[in-house]
Ligand binder design. Structure first.
Ligand code: ZN
Length: 131
């Protein structure tokens, strides 16, 4: 259990870089995870097909906050199609399968051993199906 919260998860949950709101957001959506009580509102700004800004706010546990912040890092500069590909690798990691992802995201690999927390790690990523 103590290994669950490694440095990257702690950093991104305590000092999330992408926390906040976008005033002129092109899209925003609230996501909830009833099993833990997490609520996250995510706002996106696009330039053509590329995402140029992403912010999130709400009340969420360390795992879902860190996952949202790590996801936001990866989102910037990507198109929706690229995000689908990254998300499918991310879900493979959470299922304990072989995956290929940017190194920071692998901070969440241990969640695959914590089935109760997988919904926390997946929460923010549901935005990809909504846009
Ligand atoms: Zn949670």
């Amino acid at each position: 259990m103590d290994n669950l919260y490694n440095d990257i998860i702690t950093d991104h949950s305590e000092y999330p870089e992408h926390e906040g709101e976008i005033n002129d957001a092109d899209f925003s959506c609230e996501l909830t995870n009833a099993s833990c009580g997490d609520k996250i509102k995510i706002s996106l700004k696009f330039d053509g097909k590329k995402i140029i800004d992403i912010k999130f706010s709400g009340e969420s546990c360390a795992i879902s906050t860190a996952s949202a912040d790590l996801m936001a890092d990866v989102f910037i500069g990507k198109t929706k199609n690229e995000l689908h590909a990254i998300k499918s690798e991310f879900l493979k990691m959470l299922r304990g399968e072989e995956f290929s992802l940017p190194e920071d995201l692998t901070a969440l690999q241990r969640i695959s051993k914590m089935p109760a927390r997988i919904k926390c790690a997946e929460l923010a990523w549901q935005i990809i199906e909504k846009i």
